[in-house]
Design a protein. Structure first.
Length: 256
């Protein structure tokens, strides 16, 4: 059976100060159906660029992206949904209208898209706020809307680019637990970008640890903890030992 996602020999460079800067160098990755994969690495290693290439909103110099056996390189949509670090909500639309947006673009009939949006707003725990505007919501609530909007189009692959990076520590921890609750219900294949080792371990089935620029895969770690996971796991000796192991390997490749 074919993998859910295959990233094949992707290379990406940008022009910087008149010269070529390689961000990703011959990177390949295979993701199985329903896996929760976390991309972990230092700033500038190409994690977000890789996610944007997978989503089709960024082109690669060479290589390809294959989803469900189909080449989707450089094409947006087609079974992928993205959640960004900034919620990217439309300030003039209510929560419900923001969640409806992707369905509206896809030409879904008004009644159906309203019912679908209400379902996902409820799933992320915001039913009482469906008529609120983004400026009336906390950062965590705005990110819930972003997740609901991405899920509403029923993607086969959910891409999450540091969605909790701008949140305070307590809200971030709560949102990690909330995300796992939603994921257990929806059962999507997920690629999640983070700088946080703790967040990576808590969320992932496998952690893809990347080298500093030019980004390549340094190590893939299978997380040994079962599911469902609770916050208390983070205090366990096994969790802390894995955290130290990953931290030590990242230090070896880090450019200080």
């Amino acid at each position: 059976m074919a993998a859910k996602l295959e990233v094949r020999n992707v290379r990406k460079s940008f022009r910087h100060n008149g010269s070529s800067l390689t961000v990703l160098d011959d990177l390949s990755l295979t993701v199985e159906d329903l896996e929760f994969i976390v991309l972990l690495g230092p700033s500038g290693c190409g994690k977000s660029t890789l996610l944007r290439i997978i989503d089709g909103i960024e082109t690669c110099d060479t290589g390809s992206v294959v989803l469900n056996g189909r080449d989707v390189t450089g094409r947006t949509g087609e079974g992928r949904g993205m959640v960004f670090q900034a919620s990217e909500l439309f300030p003039w639309r209510t929560v419900l209208q923001n969640v409806e947006f992707g369905l509206e673009i896809a030409g879904v009939e008004r009644k159906e898209r309203r019912e679908t949006a209400q379902h996902y707003v409820s799933l992320v725990g915001l039913s009482q706020f469906e008529n609120s505007y983004p400026h009336q919501l906390s950062g965590g609530m705005q990110q819930r809307v972003g997740i609901a909007r991405a899920l509403a189009i029923k993607p086969q692959l959910l891409l999450m680019d540091e969605p909790y990076g701008a949140l305070d520590v307590m809200t971030r921890d709560l949102m990690q637990v909330e995300l796992l609750r939603i994921w257990e219900i929806e059962r999507k294949t997920v690629l999640f970008v983070t700088h946080s080792i703790e967040e990576a371990i808590f969320l992932a089935d496998r952690i893809v640890s990347m080298t500093p620029r030019p980004g390549a895969i340094d190590r893939i770690i299978t997380v040994p903890f079962g599911r469902p996971r609770k916050e208390e796991l983070k205090a366990s000796p096994e969790f802390q030992a894995l955290r130290r192991d990953i931290w030590n390997s990242l230090k070896v490749t880090a450019h200080v």
